[in-house]
Design a binder for this molecule. Structure first.
Ligand code: KIV
Ligand code: ZN
Length: 497
């Protein structure tokens, strides 16, 4: 029988610690509900002693979400535990998660203490927490850099004191997968009573090894893994939920593992977290990145069209993505071109395809992505009037005046002009465009980057929008970032056919 791995999600605690990712209570509840639907077993909802607002959020989450266990974090300090207890008072299934460092580097330099004193403090905290909750998790912070013999002694004492889950964090993301797996095995071999508790890991991604270390520890017997959606978290982040879960599923026969996760909810949850935390997901991010299921080279596209498993090890539908995309670029082959032409209703002979393919390559050399309108043009059809062009944009912004934008657009052969106010110059400009285009689009992602650096640099904007359930991307570049934004927005709108 496959082993059920407990998914402990800390997006709302470790994830929310990332700079710029702070959420308000309403947003946290929205994420917690999505995690519930996703099927996570434990939600770490916050660190209540950190602020009254955080304590309140944990409390509200326990009222809104009752199936998963809700965990609240506390240092090994009575006041912290009291705050955690208060935050969990309405929880149906609650867990107090208390932690203290175990590595010499932390004990000596941060705590200016000794192993004995720190161990005593950790054990006292577990005993204190036990008075308020049956379910107590203990984390030995920086266990990754802790000497194994001392770690085993500490964990054994934690179990004796009443910890029901013992967590082994690689707090600094320092360990190598084999080394971390061996540490877990050492604990299973040397800690008395370990068979009676849940052993957990919590890995950080400083060297890009968080997922590898997590899987290595699963291979060495842990029952719980701590993860975050999109891998958000302190510094380079935590093990990403989507990666770990899809490894346990895709390689489930080899690892003999399973989880409670409804994997089809992975992509929508990733989008939600990215949007609310204002943290874009890198395009080539495993599982949930924009390109994770996009095939662009001719050889790959050819294989996918014959049998998708030639280049896809997972069904995009299994993670909630409607279908893999075959983007048309200068590297696409005839098979992909034919696929898209047929999708648009064109049947072409082999000779016609050869002919169109030559013209397609000329267009693709000039354009990054060839869209359906371009294909229609290649096939001799008039393009739709949707070809929207930016003629000019005038923006008023700053501290003295309400932001206002006037855009002049050319749609087909018609000129249109419109103005709007907004809560910022980009918002004003998009509203002005919307007045003309009148499409009910949702802006999912908005990312501005400098091309190379310097205040005189070109700004590059990437935008993701949703229209009638389909996702479209747009890019724009200009020395004026508002103009670059409008160009990106129009580029995305032009992809809606
Ligand atoms: O990284 C870490 O060690 C932590 C603990 C609080 C579990 O986040
Ligand atoms: Zn952490």
């Amino acid at each position: 029988m496959k082993k059920q791995i407990i998914i402990f999600d800390t997006t709302l605690r470790d994830g929310e610690q990332s700079p710029g990712c702070q959420l308000n209570t309403v947003e946290k509840i929205e994420v917690a509900k999505a995690l519930d639907e996703l099927g996570v077993d434990v939600i770490e909802a916050g660190f209540p002693i950190s602020s009254p607002g955080d304590l309140h959020s944990v409390q509200e989450i326990t009222k809104a979400v009752t199936r998963p266990t809700i965990a609240a974090l506390s240092r090994a300090i009575k006041a912290d535990i009291d705050a955690a207890v208060e935050s969990l008072q309405f929880a149906k299934n609650k867990r107090i998660h208390t932690f203290i460092s175990s590595s010499d580097i932390h004990i000596i330099h941060q705590f200016k203490s000794t192993r004995e004193k720190i161990m005593e403090q950790g054990i006292e905290a577990i005993k204190y927490a036990k008075q308020f909750a049956q379910d107590v998790e203990f984390s030995a912070m920086d266990a990754g850099r802790t000497e194994n013999e001392f770690l085993a002694k500490f964990i054994e004492a934690a179990i004796k004191a009443g910890a029901t889950t013992v967590n082994i964090p690689d707090t600094t993301g320092y360990c190598l997968p084999e080394e971390f797996g061996a540490k877990i095995k050492y604990l299973f071999d040397h800690v008395k009573g370990i068979e009676n508790v849940i052993v957990s890991v919590h890995c950080h991604n400083d060297l890009g090894l968080a997922t590898a270390n997590t899987i290595s520890s699963v291979m060495n017997g842990v029952q719980q893994i701590e993860v975050t959606v999109n891998g958000v978290g302190e510094r380079a982040g935590n093990t990403s939920l989507e990666e770990a879960v899809m490894i346990l599923k895709t390689r489930g026969e080899d690892l003999q593992t399973t989880t409670n996760i409804n994997t089809q909810k992975i992509y929508p949850t990733s989008r939600l977290v990215s949007r609310l935390m204002r943290m874009p997901v890198q395009a080539n991010k495993a599982i949930v990145g924009r390109n994770a299921f996009a095939h662009s080279s001719g050889i790959h596209q050819n294989g996918i069209l014959k049998n998708r498993f030639t280049y896809e090890i997972m069904n995009p539908e299994d993670v909630g993505i409607n279908q893999s995309s075959l983007s048309l670029t200068a590297r696409s082959g005839r098979a992909a071109l034919q696929f898209h032409l047929e999708r648009l209703g064109y049947k072409v002979s082999k000779e016609e395809l050869d002919e169109i393919y030559k013209r397609f390559l000329e267009v693709a050399d000039k354009k990054k992505d060839v869209n359906d309108n371009d294909l229609r043009m290649l096939m001799g059809e008039k393009t739709q009037p949707s070809g929207i062009k930016l003629v000019s944009a005038e923006i008023i912004a700053g501290t003295a005046k309400k932001p206002r934008a006037t855009v002049s657009l050319k749609i087909g052969d018609k000129h249109r002009k419109s103005s709007s106010y907004g809560n910022g110059p980009v918002d004003a400009a998009f509203r002005a465009v919307n007045k003309v285009v009148q499409r009910d689009v949702i802006l999912d992602e908005f990312l501005i980057q400098a091309m190379s650096g310097g205040s005189d640099d070109m700004g590059k904007v990437h935008i993701q929008i949703t229209y009638k359930g389909n996702t479209y991307h747009g890019f724009g570049a200009d020395t004026d970032i508002i103009v670059a934004s409008v160009r990106a927005y129009i580029d995305a709108l032009n992809k809606i056919v």
